[in-house]
Design a protein around this ligand. Structure first.
Ligand SMILES: Cc1cc2nc3c(=O)[nH]c(=O)nc-3n(C[C@H](O)[C@H](O)[C@H](O)COP(=O)(O)OP(=O)(O)OC[C@H]3O[C@@H](n4cnc5c(N)ncnc54)[C@H](O)[C@@H]3O)c2cc1C
Length: 379
């Protein structure tokens, strides 16, 4: 599926699904910190887990532009639900789609496309967050298997996932070229998943640590050959940053619409909020920030779709969109006054959810490092 008409129809379908099925359950997800299984089943029926998986493996085969169009829609609903799906259809399947051989694709992708198997992407470690090249998880080849030892932290979807793309060192002497990617199944011997973290936001989407203690991985689960793991992880994160950026656009669209609506109905001192110039200016700034973020996001999508590396464009989009979202959601709380601080409006939830986007898939500081690094590298 690639034509813009098909993608638009898909987005319409997702919008209807969100309104009918996800939005009414948002408070339940928020308070229980879990996405109900029946809602996951409905997402499976709609094909949401297969959005980016090639059609020959049972998915819908969206490219980055299509994936980002969906992310914009998903940004308007419960953030935990959106992240569960977005992570699976993004960084958690990308490695297998890009590097998997025919056997690996045949084994994993059809079941990931239906959502029978949910994916996770495991790079971060206690000593390797902003600097993932410093990871320590070790994979040693022993006959027809690798033995993994180490740990990962903050892994999205870990509580539900069956298939993990895990980066580990196969050759310590080679630096980042000695890092490889493996497909790890939930029930592999020596692999365990820790307890779900309690988080500020992103409720409903699990985040947990992983432990590898002499974890035995069949050699055929190496992705793409030894030494390709780090480079693929960076490519995956580059595209991932653009999709995070796209989701921020949807979140800002919704917040601005909520503010416009509220300003038109709420009266204070005999005037509608909409008549206060101070609030009008806040609204204007929100809109300009959102539009500028959209421009940077679409530029990054186009750059990557042209086959260019797009590292700088992706970082610029993520940096600007995530920081713009922070300003927009803060202003949205302010425009709603006390009501903005109350749970019932949902803006308070978005305020907490929005904080993560400046941290995961590379913090704002790391995006700045990448952009400056690229500028200084140019002749
Ligand atoms: C909810 C959640 C979900 C996540 N999901 C996943 C996942 O699915 N898979 C996965 O692999 N990881 C995941 N992560 C990890 C995430 O990508 C890292 O938390 C992030 O990259 C930051 O690493 P850190 O937490 O170790 O912070 P640190 O690296 O310790 O950074 C602390 C502070 O120092 C700054 N800093 C660090 N280095 C530099 C530098 N060189 N220059 C300037 N400033 C610097 C940072 O910007 C930050 O402000 C998740 C994290 C969270 C919180």
């Amino acid at each position: 599926m690639q034509t813009s008409t098909e993608v638009r129809q898909l987005c319409d379908q997702i919008r209807r699904f969100i309104r009918a099925e996800v939005d009414p359950r948002s408070r339940e997800i928020e308070e229980s910190d879990a996405v109900p299984e029946d809602l996951i089943d409905k997402a499976r029926e709609l094909g949401l887990f297969g959005l980016t998986i090639p059609e020959e493996y049972g998915g819908i085969g969206l490219d980055l532009a299509g994936k980002c169009a969906v992310e914009e829609e998903m940004g308007k609903t419960n953030y935990g639900f959106a992240t569960l799906i977005g992570n699976h259809t993004g960084i958690s399947t990308a490695g297998i789609v890009a590097l998997g051989n025919a056997d690996q694709k045949r084994k994993y992708l059809p079941r990931m496309a239906t959502g029978e198997w949910i994916g996770a992407f495991a790079l971060t470690e206690p000593q390797a967050g902003s600097d993932p090249a410093g990871l320590r998880t070790r994979a040693v080849r022993k006959g027809d298997r690798y033995v993994l030892d180490g740990e990962k932290i903050y892994i999205t979807n870990a509580g539900l996932a069956n298939v993990f793309t895990v980066m580990a060192i196969t050759d310590p002497a080679k630096g980042i070229k000695g890092i490889s990617a493996f497909i790890i199944e939930r029930d592999f011997k020596g692999f365990s998943i820790g307890r779900n973290e309690l988080k500020m936001g992103m409720h409903g989407c699990t985040t947990a640590p992983l432990a590898f203690e002499e974890c035995e991985v069949p050699a055929e689960n190496l992705l793409g050959g030894e030494g390709l793991g780090y480079v693929q992880a960076m490519k995956t994160l580059t595209a991932g940053r653009v999709t995070v950026s796209a989701r921020c656009l949807g979140m800002m669209d919704k917040l601005i619409a909520q503010c416009v609506e509220y300003m038109k109905v709420r009266t204070q001192g005999g005037k509608k909020l909409a008549e206060h110039q101070g609030l009008q200016w806040m609204l204007a700034d929100m809109s300009v920030a959102r539009d500028a973020a959209r421009g940077l996001t679409y530029r990054a999508i186009e750059t990557l779709l042209r086959g260019e590396r797009g590292t700088m464009e992706a970082s610029a989009a993520k940096l600007f969109s995530t920081e713009a979202l922070g300003r927009v959601v803060d202003a949205a709380v302010q425009i709603h006054g006390g009501m903005g601080y109350m749970r019932e409006m949902g803006i308070e939830t978005t305020y907490r959810d929005a904080r993560i986007v400046r941290i995961y898939e590379g913090t704002s500081e790391i995006q700045r490092n990448i952009i400056a690094g690229q500028l200084l590298k140019e002749p």
